[in-house]
Design a protein around this ligand. Structure first.
Ligand code: UDP
Length: 496
């Protein structure tokens, strides 16, 4: 390899983390840096098509497969991704199983040629910091979140203002460039873990992640300067410059096949009909409703979403992911006659949707999203306004960024985070009614001045996103800066 650099990439095995890290591997390899990505056999199958095409095109990417000891940790055989968990009550088991990969990885390390110059790891795998320490190379964290979230999280950790508040108290997030108001029960799990026994178990995982993260060499972010300039500026200042915003990653998928198979090689079959259906719809008329890879709406809540879309009169695509409640949802769909009523106007996808491919279709007019960070930035890259329905983690922060800071979204009015481990027990109740969904869709699709302004802003952001990862763009600049930093660090080590 021209540069003789090798980056070892270790993703968390969860679509919202693995997908962007596969994209990132491709982006880095395009800069003549060898990349080895560590995954397990099932994930090698799931993401293999995209990776093998990148390798066949000449990119210096290798796949290192490690066996995942699922059954040793009480997980079903073959469960190698968070979205495969039969219930989120098994999250802690999953993280425990992940940490046993440390030994086999250390065993393989010396066989990787050229020797890795750094580890880029998902921040949720704090044991990878120990591997980096052992082999005396920098541990760089990939944080699958925005700089807005980074800054808000840091400021809350330092100020602890939330600790004195009741769940429904509204307050201004401290130290941000904009006045962003929220309630405590909308904050991510680190500040708002819930009271279940399982939530308490996850607290120790979160605390370990947070403790390791503070010692990281630097942070890579899937964002770009033009989208959140003041937040990026502040976060870089806080981290003495060792923050590199090198996104949007999804734009690294330049052809339809990569877009179609992103996240699942099989989605291409599921989605063929969907693309044909989209071809038959008017430009910018369709609502694409997809709540990410992990959200499992209760059957009651799913019903409200479906009826809200029906009531909006807009054509729509609805992605159905029920997890352990799939049967109940299917039963409702059947008994209610929903699909025959919306025939021609509504299209249901069961399972995995080719989200990026769908979003880029000219018939899509708005994205109803749960505001996972990947979905948020993919919505920005598609240049469509968003209908925001945050569910868990930092998704309420992302909603604030989309609605308030960027001015390209309308909220459905979600009030508090969902605790995923309680969905199966029906303890999360219902937050959003069909009228809320319908109203938000109508506002976003409105042809008046406000709707037009939102659409214009979304279009501008799309153009900025495209430029950021092109030659001379801000994210290219940061990626070069990152590679140079590691090169200097590596050379210093060789001399010293
Ligand atoms: N995704 C997809 N098809 C689906 C569901 C999700 O392609 O049916 C992709 C989506 O494009 C995004 C990722 O999965 O890249 C989900 O990540 P995000 O951060 O938005 O949410 P999470 O799934 O982590 O809640």
């Amino acid at each position: 390899m021209a540069s003789n650099l090798q980056f070892l990439i270790i993703p968390l095995m969860c679509p919202g983390h693995l997908i962007p890290m596969v994209d990132m591997a491709k982006l880095i390899a395009q800069h003549s840096v060898a990349v080895t990505i560590v995954i397990t056999p099932r994930n090698a199958q799931r993401y293999g098509a995209v990776l093998h095409r990148a390798i066949a095109s000449g990119l210096p990417i290798k796949i290192l497969q490690l066996r995942f000891p699922a059954s040793d940790h009480g997980l079903p055989d073959g469960c190698e991704s968070v979205d495969d968990l039969p219930t989120f009550n098994l999250s802690k088991n999953f993280f425990d199983a992940c940490s046993t990969l440390q030994k086999p990885l250390e065993h393989e390390f010396n066989m990787i040629k050229p020797r890795p110059s750094c580890i880029i790891s998902d921040k949720h795998l704090p044991w990878t910091a120990e591997v980096a320490k052992k082999f005396e190379i920098p541990w760089v964290v990939f944080d699958g979140m925005s700089c807005f979230t980074q800054l808000a999280t840091h400021n809350l950790c330092v100020s602890k203002v939330h600790e004195k508040l009741a769940d429904s108290d509204r307050f201004i997030l401290p130290g941000l460039p904009d006045d962003i108001s929220m309630t405590k029960c909308q904050l991510p799990g680190l500040f708002n873990p819930g009271n279940s026994a399982k939530a308490k178990e996850m607290k120790s995982v979160r605390e370990r992640v947070r403790a390791a993260e503070v010692g990281a060499y630097g942070t890579l972010i899937n964002s770009f300067k033009e989208m959140e300039p003041r937040y990026i500026h502040e976060f870089k200042k806080l981290k003495q410059g060792r923050v590199w915003c090198i996104g949007p990653f999804s734009n690294s998928n330049k052809n339809d096949l990569d877009r179609a198979q992103r996240g699942s090689k099989d989605s291409i079959n599921n989605n063929h009909k969907c693309m044909t259906w989209l071809d038959s719809q008017r430009d910018r008329s369709v609502i694409f409703a997809c709540l990410g890879s992990l959200t499992r709406l209760t059957p009651q809540q799913f019903t409200e979403l479906a009826l809200g879309l029906e009531g909006s009169q807009s054509p729509f695509i609805l992605v159905v992911k029920g997890g352990s409640r799939t049967e109940e949802i299917e039963k409702w769909l059947d008994e209610n006659g929903f699909e025959s009523r919306v025939k021609g106007r509504g299209f249901l996808i069961r399972g995995w949707a080719s989200q990026v491919l769908v979003l880029l279709h000219q018939a899509v007019g708005a994205f109803l999203t749960h505001c996972g960070w990947n979905s948020t930035i993919e919505g920005v890259c598609a240049g469509v306004p968003m209908i925001t329905w945050p569910q868990f983690a930092e998704q309420f922060f992302n909603e604030r960024l989309v609605v308030q800071v960027l001015g390209i979204g309308v909220g459905v009015g979600a009030q508090r985070v969902i605790h995923l481990d309680l969905v199966d027990e029906d303890e999360e109740g219902m937050q959003v009614k069909r009228e809320d969904v319908c109203k938000a869709v109508k506002m976003v699709m409105d042809e008046g001045k406000e709707g037009e302004e939102r659409r214009e802003k979304a279009k501008c952001l799309k153009q900025m996103a495209e430029k950021a990862i092109e030659e001379g763009g801000s994210s290219q600049f940061d990626l070069n800066r990152f590679i140079e930093d590691i090169r200097l660090h590596t050379n210093k080590g060789l001399v010293g």
